[in-house]
Write a protein that binds this ligand. Structure first.
Ligand SMILES: *[C@@H]1O[C@H](CO)[C@@H](O)[C@H](O)[C@H]1NC(C)=O
Ligand SMILES: *[C@@H]1O[C@H](CO)[C@@H](O)[C@H](O)[C@H]1NC(C)=O
Ligand SMILES: *[C@@H]1O[C@H](CO)[C@@H](O)[C@H](O)[C@H]1NC(C)=O
Ligand SMILES: *[C@@H]1O[C@H](CO)[C@@H](O)[C@H](O)[C@H]1NC(C)=O
Ligand SMILES: *[C@@H]1O[C@H](CO)[C@@H](O)[C@H](O)[C@H]1NC(C)=O
Ligand SMILES: *[C@@H]1O[C@H](CO)[C@@H](O)[C@H](O)[C@H]1NC(C)=O
Ligand SMILES: *[C@@H]1O[C@H](CO)[C@@H](O)[C@H](O)[C@H]1NC(C)=O
Ligand SMILES: *[C@@H]1O[C@H](CO)[C@@H](O)[C@H](O)[C@H]1NC(C)=O
Ligand SMILES: *[C@@H]1O[C@H](CO)[C@@H](O)[C@H](O)[C@H]1NC(C)=O
Ligand SMILES: *[C@@H]1O[C@H](CO)[C@@H](O)[C@H](O)[C@H]1NC(C)=O
Ligand SMILES: *[C@@H]1O[C@H](CO)[C@@H](O)[C@H](O)[C@H]1NC(C)=O
Length: 664
């Protein structure tokens, strides 16, 4: 079936990388002084009525060190990706997936940013990566621009390092495609050093297309809006709104960082401040060169990556830096369930721009947003996306709306903490087994401790229940004595501590024919208290049977599934810090909060509390997912108690009182 001209075409493609670079690559690099004739379109594009993507390998050279092992040899490579809108519809916020597959590490990419990269180059992209346009985010159509390549196409030049592969092999990505929603890409057509694909809009998804000019808003766990409210020659005023949409999302003492891409700096702020207040970078840098008349002593911050924090509450009424609704809570952002008004934060800033962006109409948002909190979920944020301007109610109370000049949205999602990198952990115990299962070894990391003296990979030693009440350093003697008593071997090198600032004990308190109870205890081993704490547990099987929690305020969540949410009752919403013992040599005392939780078995027939159904499958503290132990207390005897319902309730309440007594 192979036609003779195919062979010719094939040969021609070997020269394409070179051609693209020479013919119109220069043009795309915005070289305005060039008087070269209009560039020729790359082959394969002529028949594309859609978005034409290509990837061309240019060169690679061996990097130092030169090694014999082929898989360990690193190579520097250069390649070029092009994206051309050759259809009739504008492409907003273009995103291109490049399926790198040779342990590539990108060192630079012109005209684009790496979407999922955690900030700067170099970035490991060995599993493929998505790039987005920067500064040109949209691809206009030929029709609207009279075929101006500078507006309908972008060329991205990659440089990077890759590993493996013999001398002669050409490292091509697995695939390339347009990553925007609503576009379909067939398999790319591949040649030895070149591949291309023509992506088409999926006609079925047309109905979803936005009403306005820009993309529709999307919602993740945490949403930022960057609204430009006023624009002047050389500067603009923006408002940043943070909204917590996840029922388990939370931030304390939040720090927000982003990156200015075009030399901008923050002149002033209301409702927040930058951790560094310093204008020296401006005077010495480009701003000092361009803005000769500006009084820099009033400038707040000139860092490329400022660290922004909320103002403390006592500045809320300060007429210079406060007086912004939803500001000034010292960086607290609560779940909407706890307090709707505290699930939002707002601050405003005045931004100065540098040439060539000084015109009122030239607006770029900062990139690479990252938000962190004290003991909170980890968020991963996407790139800012232009959306239709936000509308606000008219401030003086008229029945009118005002609108932002331009709005961008940044969506951040919660990521599950990696193993041994969490900040809280869970221990399990039960009335039918006197061995408590403590938090896992190094559950919150062992990076800061000397692991010569303890085993970071050892299994944590079973403990008598009372040992859970003292700091780890005071448990060793008890753990050893307990092991001897139970005839268990004590390892020569003892396991390392969990190093968690917060631990949660889940204790099965009773288990009878019609129901069961658990007791949950929160321990704060850190130096700072938790105000408005919350905890949440996922009970896969037992959830429908949840009846009551006695000393917390409990709520059954609709989403995430099977999750119970507990917060402090009024007056008990404070989890105090660890304190010194009463006498000089007493162990330190953690801050504690505790409650009994009751479940019925009516809704959950067949539940086996002792075989694991009575233990949570996920536990959260202030939004952070805590590390669970890898086992739960077992019931060797396996007999079922036949206590009556009333007696069981009585026993559980008695135990609760006794234990509360002992824990205080
Ligand atoms: C070659 O290097 C790779 C990766 O560095 C390594 O996994 C492999 O064991 C090495 N092979 C030999 C034969 O040394
Ligand atoms: C955000 O900042 C934290 C702390 O500086 C860092 O550990 C994390 O990797 C950053 N995340 C991203 C996505 O850049
Ligand atoms: C690629 O994916 C594998 C398996 O999911 C993972 O182990 C590896 O760390 C990933 N590599 C990069 C560079 O993200
Ligand atoms: C505000 O937060 C900081 C840490 O970011 C803390 O040191 C300070 O004590 C807090 N202030 C108040 C009034 O809670
Ligand atoms: C700020 O002013 C409001 C209204 O006048 C008042 O309710 C609030 O207590 C004040 N806050 C501070 C920190 O002074
Ligand atoms: C318990 O929490 C819910 C949800 O936050 C709230 O509506 C309710 O008032 C709280 N109840 C008490 C007694 O605090
Ligand atoms: C916020 O940033 C400041 C300054 O970089 C740092 O001292 C502080 O620990 C950070 N706080 C959090 C919660 O990340
Ligand atoms: C966040 O999650 C939402 C919904 O699950 C998804 O549409 C969005 O792409 C995610 N964003 C990021 C930056 O991961
Ligand atoms: C608990 O551990 C601390 C620190 O190692 C020690 O100073 C203290 O004497 C211990 N107390 C008891 C009762 O073992
Ligand atoms: C707690 O004990 C430590 C050392 O024993 C001492 O340095 C510290 O001042 C004590 N703190 C309080 C609040 O008593
Ligand atoms: C208690 O539970 C542990 C851990 O599952 C198990 O090793 C031990 O045999 C149990 N002890 C009894 C008496 O059932």
């Amino acid at each position: 079936m192979k036609m003779p001209w195919m062979n010719l075409l094939y040969l021609a493609f070997l020269f394409i990388p070179l051609r693209i670079q020479l013919c119109y690559g220069q043009d795309l690099a915005a070289d305005y002084d060039d008087d070269e004739p209009a560039p020729a379109p790359p082959p394969g594009q002529d028949n594309c009525n859609g978005v034409f993507l290509s990837y061309a390998f240019t060169s690679r050279t061996k990097e130092l060190p030169h090694v014999k092992n082929v898989t360990a040899q690193s190579w520097a490579f250069n390649s070029i990706a092009t994206i051309i809108n050759s259809g009739t519809e504008e492409v907003k916020e273009w995103k291109m997936f490049v399926g790198f597959q040779h342990r590539e590490i990108l060192v630079s990419a012109s005209n684009a940013i790496v979407v999922d990269g955690s900030g700067d180059f170099p970035v490991a992209v060995g599993n493929g990566t998505t790039i987005a346009g920067y500064p040109m985010t949209d691809l206009k159509t030929s029709i609207d621009t009279a075929g101006d390549y500078n507006q309908i196409a972008v060329q991205v030049q990659f440089t990077g390092t890759m590993f493996g592969l013999k001398e002669k092999v050409i490292p091509m990505p697995k695939t390339i495609k347009l990553a925007n929603d609503g576009w379909d890409c067939p398999k790319p057509t591949k040649y030895p050093t070149y591949m291309h694909v023509c992506c088409k809009k999926n006609p079925k998804l047309k109905a979803k297309s936005p009403k306005g000019k820009y993309l529709p808003r999307q919602y993740g766990d945490l949403n930022f809006m960057y609204d430009v409210l006023k624009s002047y020659e050389g500067s603009y005023e923006a408002q940043v709104t943070m909204d917590n949409n996840n029922p388990l999302g939370r931030l304390d003492h939040w720090n927000l960082t982003w990156e200015w891409m075009r030399g901008e700096f923050i002149y002033s702020m209301r409702g927040a401040y930058t951790h560094r207040i310093d204008f020296s970078d401006c005077i010495l840098g480009l701003p000092g060169h361009f803005l000769k008349d500006l009084d820099f002593t009033q400038v707040m911050n000139c860092q490329k990556k400022p660290v922004i924090a909320d103002l403390p509450a006592d500045r809320a009424n300060d007429s210079n830096i406060g007086k912004i609704p939803y500001c000034c809570r010292n960086g607290t952002l609560l779940p909407p369930l706890m307090d709707e008004s505290k699930a939002r934060s707002i601050f405003q800033l005045r931004v100065y721009k540098l040439p060539p962006d000084t015109a009122k109409t030239v607006l770029y948002p900062p990139q690479r947003w990252n938000v962190t909190g004290a003991l909170n979920p980890q968020y991963k944020c996407g790139a800012p996306i232009r959306v239709d301007p936000t509308e606000f109610p008219e401030p003086s109370g008229l029945q009118a709306t005002t609108s932002a000049i331009a709005s961008w949205q940044v969506v951040c999602n919660i990521t599950k903490p990696e193993k041994k990198k969490t900040k809280c952990c869970v221990s399990f115990s039960a009335f039918y087994n006197d061995s408590a299962i403590p938090c896992s070894t190094c559950a919150c990391g062992c990076d800061d401790i000397d692991t010569d003296t303890c085993n970071p990979n050892g299994r944590s030693m079973l403990l008598p229940a009372d040992a859970l009440l003292v700091p780890f350093e005071n448990r060793t003697a008890k753990a050893k004595a307990f092991a001897h008593l139970k005839h268990r071997t004590v390892p020569k090198k003892l396991p390392c501590p969990d190093n968690c600032g917060v631990s949660i004990n889940w204790h099965i308190n009773s288990d009878y024919k019609t129901g069961w109870t658990a007791r949950v205890t929160l321990f704060n081993w850190g130096d700072s208290p938790f105000e408005d704490w919350f905890t949440a547990v996922e009970m896969k099987k037992a959830f429908p049977g949840y009846e009551n929690v006695y000393s917390f305020n409990g709520t059954k969540l609709k989403s995430p599934k099977n999750t119970l949410f507990f917060q402090g009752l009024p007056g008990l919403n404070y989890l105090v810090a660890e304190t010194n013992g009463t006498r000089v040599h007493d162990p330190r005392v953690p801050g504690k909060q505790q409650s009994v939780i009751s479940f019925t078995k009516k809704q959950t027939p067949g539940i086996n509390v002792r075989r694991g159904d009575g233990f949570p499958s996920k536990v959260f503290f202030n939004g952070e997912e805590c590390a669970l132990p890898d086992d739960f207390p077992r019931n060797a005897a396996g007999h079922c108690s036949r206590v009556s319902f009333m007696a069981a309730i009585f026993i559980s309440i008695m135990t609760f009182w006794l234990i509360t007594d002992r824990f205080h």
